[in-house]
Ligand binder design. Structure first.
Ligand SMILES: Cc1cc2nc3c(=O)[nH]c(=O)nc-3n(C[C@H](O)[C@H](O)[C@H](O)COP(=O)(O)OP(=O)(O)OC[C@H]3O[C@@H](n4cnc5c(N)ncnc54)[C@H](O)[C@@H]3O)c2cc1C
Length: 368
């Protein structure tokens, strides 16, 4: 059997599903293909933080993209929830990043300073202000407060993107794609899994698995980066929210404290380890001393699609007209999924992208 469409998306995780949503809203016919059985899909493991200001380094290309990503959810949540009845649990109450020592305090003060110079709302709090506002935190040397950052429920988000795309005519298919098929002149023909799917455009949005398809014109610079997380009960005395400190972060979700995350190069091994849980537990006990000795309720892991420079890969493959990449989102794929969908829609329509996409162009890694 073969299915023909305008656009085929390989991978229906948060990035592929967002692309499907934006393309169907622009009137494209879309087939969204997701395996559904792969262990380690990043979106299922993700904490769902929207933290462009908390995470950005000076001169970081991720900041502008990330702010646009955060804004995407601020403006689309009502529309998405009205269309799908899915609550994506958007939290816009700010993120605190606590400094554990003087060195980290200096680094965060610099971060606050240059963000303010670029007119982004961001504050530095000294240790006394920290104790007054967040008395349940362990000792800190101050903290960065990013009032516009927040979080979202990534699993609900994927559900909403998929449902909205489907309501707009997308076909959702459960299949594992093995091969990209090209015409003799190099143009895209389609993809093959247990069936053949024909399309004018193919978007590779298969996360950490993006480079594993046969028939790609060249290797894709994406490698899995394992992230382990644990959940513990949210301590009663602490205000629900999102906090960074001591090398970890915590996110409040449904009464639990989700603590993350390790960054490990372990290939496609999605195993959880005692060392991973141990690191997360000992670090969170420094940030929230009252949780010391708590046992995890759950532990899980996922594979981020990591690139050498930490930026995603978004754009066309010149060797195969009709082939597009929307992958390599690393630690920020939930934050960036929505605007990746917008950028992909604009690129396919040959419209000028709303952001400068040169930092994320696929050909930045190619010397041949
Ligand atoms: C522990 C952890 C915490 C994280 N926290 C955050 C966070 O707080 N904020 C944030 O912005 N990001 C976070 N991330 C990163 C974010 O989850 C990823 O960047 C994002 O999920 C990448 O989206 P994706 O769609 O490219 O890949 P994935 O989410 O991995 O989805 C890829 C999809 O493609 C499918 N697929 C793969 N191969 C095939 C194939 N051959 N055929 C068909 N389907 C296929 C898979 O089944 C999967 O559903 C976190 C990640 C981890 C692991």
């Amino acid at each position: 059997m073969s299915v023909k469409s305008d656009v085929i998306i390989v991978g229906g995780g948060v990035v592929g599903a967002a692309c499907a949503r934006e393309l169907t809203h622009a009137g494209r016919s879309v087939v969204l293909i997701d395996d559904g059985t792969i262990s380690g899909e990043a979106w299922r493991a993700s904490a769902g933080m929207l933290a462009p200001q908390t995470e950005a380094e000076e001169g970081d290309h991720l900041l502008e993209l990330g702010l646009a990503g955060r804004e995407y959810y601020a403006t689309r949540t009502e529309e998405l929830s009205a269309a799908t009845s899915v609550d994506i649990d958007l939290f816009r109450g700010g993120i605190l990043k606590a400094a554990r020592d003087a060195e980290e305090a200096e680094m965060l003060k610099r971060r606050v300073g240059w963000q303010r110079q670029h007119s982004h709302h961001c504050d530095w709090l000294d240790p006394v202000e920290m104790r007054e506002q967040w008395p349940w935190l362990g000792p800190t040397e101050g903290g960065l407060w990013a009032p516009g950052d927040g979080s979202i429920d990534p699993v609900a988000l994927v559900k909403a993107f998929r449902a909205d795309a489907e309501a707009r005519g997308a076909t959702l298919i459960g299949d594992r794609i093995h091969r990209l098929d090209l015409q003799p002149d190099g143009h895209v023909l389609g993809v093959t899994g247990s069936s053949t799917y024909l399309g004018d455009h193919v978007i590779i949005a298969a996360g950490a698995w993006s480079g594993r398809l046969d028939g790609l014109p060249r290797p894709i610079s994406v490698e899995p980066v394992r992230g382990q997380m644990i959940a513990i009960p949210w301590p009663e005395e602490a205000l629900p929210g999102v906090y960074f400190g001591y090398g970890i972060y915590v996110v409040h979700r449904a009464g639990e404290m989700w603590v993350g995350a390790t960054m490990e190069h372990a290939g496609f091994d999605n195993a959880i380890t005692p060392a991973g849980a141990g690191f997360l537990l000992s670090s969170v006990s420094k940030l929230f001393p009252s949780v010391a000795g708590t046992e995890p309720i759950r532990q899980w892991a996922g594979l981020r699609p990591g690139t050498p420079d930490g930026l995603p890969i978004i754009g066309p493959e010149p060797r195969a007209p009709g082939l597009w990449y929307a992958t390599g989102h690393g630690r920020n794929g939930v934050l960036l999924a929505g605007i990746t969908g917008v950028l992909i829609q604009q690129l396919l329509a040959d419209e000028p992208p709303f952001e400068d996409i040169s930092p994320v162009r696929p050909d930045r890694f190619w010397s041949w």
